[in-house]
Design a protein around this ligand. Sequence first.
Ligand SMILES: *Cc1c(COP(=O)(O)O)cnc(C)c1O
Length: 398
Amino acid sequence: MNRESRPGTRAVWAGEEDYLVHGATQVPVVLSVAYGYHDMDEWYDVATGKKKGHIYGRNTNPTVQAFEDKLKTMEGAEAATSFSTGMAAISNTLSTFLVPGDRIVSIKDTYGGTNKIFTEFLPRQQVEVALCETGNHEEIEAEVEKGCKILYLESPTNPTVKITDIERMANAGHAAGALVIVDNTFGTPINQNPLALGADLVIHSATKFLGGHADALGGAVCGSKQLVEQIYHYREINGATMDPMAAYLILRGMKTLHLRVRQQCDNAKALAEYLQTKDIVEGVYYPGLPEHPNHDIAKKQMKDFGGMLSFAVKGGVETVRELLPKLQFAHRAANLGAVETTVGPARTTSHVECTPEERAAMGIPEGLIRVSCGIEETADILSDFEQAFEQTAAALEV
Ligand SMILES: *Cc1c(COP(=O)(O)O)cnc(C)c1O
């Protein structure tokens, strides 16, 4: 769709018209694994890429393509390809470009699964990994200058929502000849477009904000046609294909992305400000707060500050154990980005595989609670936390 439009309108309309059949106003779920041809020449032309069409579901599927087309439009990208999960998008993208002897620079606070790729899997494929302090731009620049094939970033990060200057890092990466990749799962295409800030590839876990209803797994990568074609080729052979049903659910979820993200941002801001007033709260981490160390960078590169925040409570694990079960409008689960508010301790969710000492070294207190704000009405979220804090204080006799 090349009609001029704003992101929220694109979320509703983009990427769909090529896939509507029989006058349907909605993209159909095409479950067929294979596509048949009467004409042998046409079959040959589609199979060899001379003509548009589909051959086999591991390669392409109309429902999945509609999702890819919508996302690429929202990220302002030339091309997009999709995956069974966000982790498949990340691992397949890295494997497309990295060979033994290569070097990759990233940050310490990437998503837990991504961090495992860096610490467990890439080293055994003889890829050197340099992980910098998240938000330490000088350290990242120094490591990039030593030479690397990929600079891999994520902003905001999990769980302490740290911010990295994407434009500045993209310049550093390109000066060193590196490919700059940004995981934009927390940012969402509504709040942040890394390609416009200079990144080469943007990755999403579509499982989170894009789908938004915690009922489908998926991943995607967007960028130039030349790069995405290489990643698509790796994926079509290695097989981490997005399921058509998941593509449909995520496509439907994306139509309300701008509305959901707006409410999630409003809730996160209100909750962050409220938490700052509570004596039992030791620290609030949200890039929308002027006290956040990189608030200015967040303000420069994001349209709004997102639905994710975290806070640390006095009394550590004991307080967490009392507080979280008392919330009425929150799932206690490892997911994020859904319409329901979801909470969890960092020690159980994002950083479950670290020891308490390792978490402390990473600046993650044992009493850190991650909140993914849902789309509930703000006043209900605030009063829910208020009653949970009151009951917790009574139970702990503080
Ligand atoms: C969840 C998540 C992933 C991984 O996505 P899956 O769909 O669970 O594989 C990657 N990056 C970030 C930032 C995430 O939150």
